[in-house]
Design a protein around this ligand. Structure first.
Ligand code: FMN
Length: 154
């Protein structure tokens, strides 16, 4: 099984979190980590990925961090059929904002609308909690692995 881990970041937390997730997946699935700023939606459909893990921070007023805005704008314009693709979302945000983790919610909605199937729950890291996002993500990634159908995860 192949996983594509895509992150959108402004200050680095999502990138470090994506790396932590890839380390949990290693051994069970082959994964690659890419910055959304250097990625187009084709990567999801042409690279043969069975699972896409989106790790996105929310910035601005509920907006995607980093390259997320351009990536999801392209996705909603080209509307590829993502039926058969599994995805998981790890959001990073701060409950100080009323738009807490909005980017993660938006990502999940867009991918579901295009036919992809979500694995596990959308994670919502809260910077105000003081929790380490990498630790939270490692536990979450194990839950995602457990939620994959057995033949796919093997
Ligand atoms: N978090 C939210 O949940 N909603 C927001 O609208 C939001 N806006 C932010 C705007 C600014 C200018 C900053 C600095 C942070 C904002 N955050 C918001 C919190 C970030 O998402 C959080 O700090 C996250 O860990 C940053 O991840 P990154 O280092 O990958 O960019």
């Amino acid at each position: 099984m192949n996983a594509l881990i895509l992150y959108g970041t402004e200050t680095g937390n999502a990138e470090a979190t994506a790396t932590a997730i890839s380390q949990v997946l290693a051994g069970t699935v082959d994964s690659e980590v890419h910055d959304l700023a250097d990625t187009t939606p084709d990567a999801m459909t042409q690279a043969g990925a069975d699972l896409v893990v989106l790790v996105t921070a929310t910035h601005g007023e509920g907006d995607f961090a980093g390259g997320g805005a351009d990536f999801f704008e392209a996705l909603t314009e080209t509307k590829p059929d993502l039926t058969g693709l599994r995805f998981a979302v790890f959001g990073l945000g701060d409950s100080y904002y009323t738009t807490f983790n909005q980017a993660g919610e938006t990502a999940a909605t867009i991918l579901t609308t295009l036919g992809a199937t979500q694995v596990g729950d959308t994670a919502r890291h809260d910077a105000s909690s003081g929790d380490d996002p990498e630790e939270i993500a490692e536990e979450w990634a194990r839950e995602v692995l457990a939620a994959l159908p057995a033949p796919v995860a093997s």
